[in-house]
Design a protein around this ligand. Structure first.
Ligand SMILES: Cc1ncc(COP(=O)(O)O)c(C=O)c1O
Length: 409
């Protein structure tokens, strides 16, 4: 009999408590997260979690080898299946499911293709862009210069004319589309044409909208002209934390794929890759209906909140075409003397999890089975618990308990 230390028992208690709380007692409205299927969770906790494979050709003491490890017959097949299904879903002939996260997928794509001193156009964080692309972060590692791609439409969306003008003026080595605050599809076709005219590459960071692209309800970046699509696999796409990368351009893939090992990372995580492959297959079964429902619920929730007096971004444009909706922080504060941070802090003990920057997401609640017609009820609870400060916890728990399993699995 093993006697576990006090710290081990404490840790076990925390993990159990977290799983009960975040997995069963609350509605998660973070647009950056989602719920995993039981099968994907099983694969994450499988023997694959501790294994190595390094399928790269090298020589060791004069002997050529194509993998530094034996015992990889199943990991190799799992990876090949994952890549094949990712290619199928995102419409590019070349794919890799190895990147360890969305951020690492971006590094994996850009580092081998852009020389030091390259000029990059990306949406700035002030306009909803991803902080990792701001000058002090990824670009600082490689000496890339970043200029802002204008995104001053509603909710930070990109207006074609303004973007094309900046691309013409700057002639960048690469244009990077993709945002953390992401409401509307981009004019990818026009941006691709203009970028290519000046010899640049078009990258599409689909971290937030990957599940909507997979479900066919947002846009199809590679078919519309983007050179590379990459991103996180755990936001609107309901897979494990991780990343993937897809392209239709063999020339680019031949530069990216060999650079993954030993430049970006060494071993990939095979349990994650099995869970991701499972999720890709789940998407082929249920992704279209899931994605359609996510967007419909986002639009309905924004409408209901607006009817309760919440100032929401992009109302004249229908609020959103993604899994996110945005509170307008300035008008919200004027109206309720309350910022999105304080709102989220008030709602957490009531069982409603929001981020502290004013985004609300409908991906995870949709996966559970909450339907668009129930968005009025959800809006009421958000308003009562956040603005009016009533006790809504018992009602949230009762409602949450109606979803012991996932509807879209
Ligand atoms: C647009 C965008 N790209 C990349 C990332 C990084 O993703 P990850 O956390 O998977 O590394 C994020 C994170 O939220 C993001 O919003």
């Amino acid at each position: 009999m093993v006697t576990r230390s006090l710290d081990e028992r404490t840790l076990a208690r925390w993990v159990r408590a977290h799983n009960r709380w975040r997995g069963r007692e609350v509605f998660n409205l973070l647009p950056s997260e989602n719920a995993l299927s039981a099968t994907a969770k099983r694969y994450l906790a499988s023997d694959l979690a501790g294994r190595y494979t390094l399928p790269i050709s090298t020589t060791f003491h004069g002997e050529s080898i194509d993998n530094s490890y034996a015992g990889t017959r199943y990991t190799d097949r799992i990876e090949e299946l994952g890549n094949r299904v990712a290619s199928r879903i995102f419409h590019g002939r070349w794919a890799t499911v190895r990147p360890l996260s969305g951020h690492i997928a971006a590094l994996s794509a850009m580092a081998p293709l852009l020389p030091s001193g390259a000029k990059l156009l990306a949406i700035s964080p002030e306009q909803g862009g991803y902080d990792g692309y701001a000058p002090g972060f990824i670009p600082a590692l490689f000496g890339w210069k970043v200029r802002p791609l204008p995104a001053d439409g509603p909710g930070g969306s990109v207006v074609a004319d303004q973007a094309l003008e900046v691309i013409r003026a700057e002639r960048p080595d690469a244009v990077l589309l993709g945002q953390s605050f992401f409401l509307f599809p981009y004019p990818v076709r026009e941006i691709a044409e203009e970028t290519h005219r000046w010899g640049g590459l078009l990258f599409y960071d689909a971290s937030h909208v990957l599940g909507l692209i997979a479900g066919g309800v947002f846009q199809d970046p590679l078919r519309e002209g983007a050179d590379l699509l990459f991103g996180s696999t755990h936001k609107s796409f309901f897979g494990p934390q991780g990343g993937l990368l897809v392209t239709d351009r063999e020339d680019l893939f031949r530069q990216i794929d060999p650079a993954l090992v030993w430049r970006i990372f060494d071993n990939a995580h095979w349990n994650r890759i099995a869970a991701l492959t499972q999720t890709l297959l789940e998407f082929e079964r249920v992704g279209a209906e899931y994605a359609q429902t996510v967007v419909e619920s986002a639009q309905r929730l924004a409408r209901e909140l607006s009817d309760l007096g919440w100032p929401m971004v992009a109302e004249p444009q229908g609020f959103s075409r993604s899994h996110q909706i945005h509170i307008d922080p300035r008008r919200f504060r004027e109206r309720f003397a309350l910022g999105p941070g304080e709102l989220a802090r008030r709602l957490e003990p009531q069982g409603l999890i929001l981020d502290l920057v004013g985004r609300i997401g409908t991906a995870e609640v949709t996966r559970l089975g909450v339907e668009p017609r129930e968005m009025g009820r959800l809006a009421q609870l958000l308003n009562l618990g956040g603005v009016e400060r009533s006790e809504v916890r018992a009602e949230v728990q009762r409602w949450r308990s109606e979803y012991p399993t996932l509807r879209f699995e």
